[in-house]
Write a new protein. Structure first.
Length: 183
């Protein structure tokens, strides 16, 4: 009788462990899916950047260092291999694009260029999509990381090598500042 009770308890424990394992796998897949969504929007954004840069280059007085920073940040993102590297490089390009758009204040003829304005509008829409994707990604990471850090799922996570994911957050103090709009 005691043996049956022990076997039933062990069976329940194994079933519970399998359930936790499956939940961790499911949550990890949600995180991967969320990051893939961000990655797709970022690819779309990065495909627009060369067109934007070429439009700005059409003006003889453009600031070359700003364009170089945008291109460099784009290339770093495209060559990144890990999620953490991609997040770090993404924060760099966000800052570089902000500087590029601030050029319109210095070059009023750039504001009048329809190609530039169309590209800027497309990038603004993509930025909104990226923001929504970041929110979803961070929510998925929160759930997954919480499972990896709380008992009893912590035991399964450690034994089966489930690693925490980084959050997508603003790393650059410059990005936290309010945008100055002048008319």
């Amino acid at each position: 009788m005691i043996l049956i009770i022990i076997l039933v308890l062990l069976g329940l424990l194994v079933i519970y462990g399998v359930g936790i394992y499956n939940k961790l796998v499911k949550e990890r897949n949600f995180v991967d899916e969320a990051f893939s969504t961000i990655d797709a929007y970022l690819k779309k954004r990065y495909d627009l950047i060369p067109n934007l840069v070429e439009t700005v280059k059409g003006y003889k007085d453009y600031e070359g260092s700003t364009l170089e920073a945008v291109i460099s940040a784009r290339n770093k993102y495209m060559s990144a291999t890990s999620t953490a590297e991609k997040i770090e490089n993404e924060n760099m390009i966000t800052g570089a694009l902000g500087k590029l758009f601030s050029l319109t204040e210095s070059y009023p003829e750039l504001k009048a260029n329809q190609n530039f304005m169309k590209l800027q509008d497309e990038l603004v829409k993509i930025e909104e999509d990226i923001l929504q994707s970041r929110k979803y990604y961070n929510g998925s990471v929160r759930v997954y990381n919480t499972m990896c850090e709380t008992f009893p799922s912590l035991i399964i996570a450690n034994n089966f090598n489930f690693k925490k994911y980084p959050f997508f957050k603003v790393e650059n103090e410059e990005e936290r500042q309010n945008v100055k709009v002048q008319f």
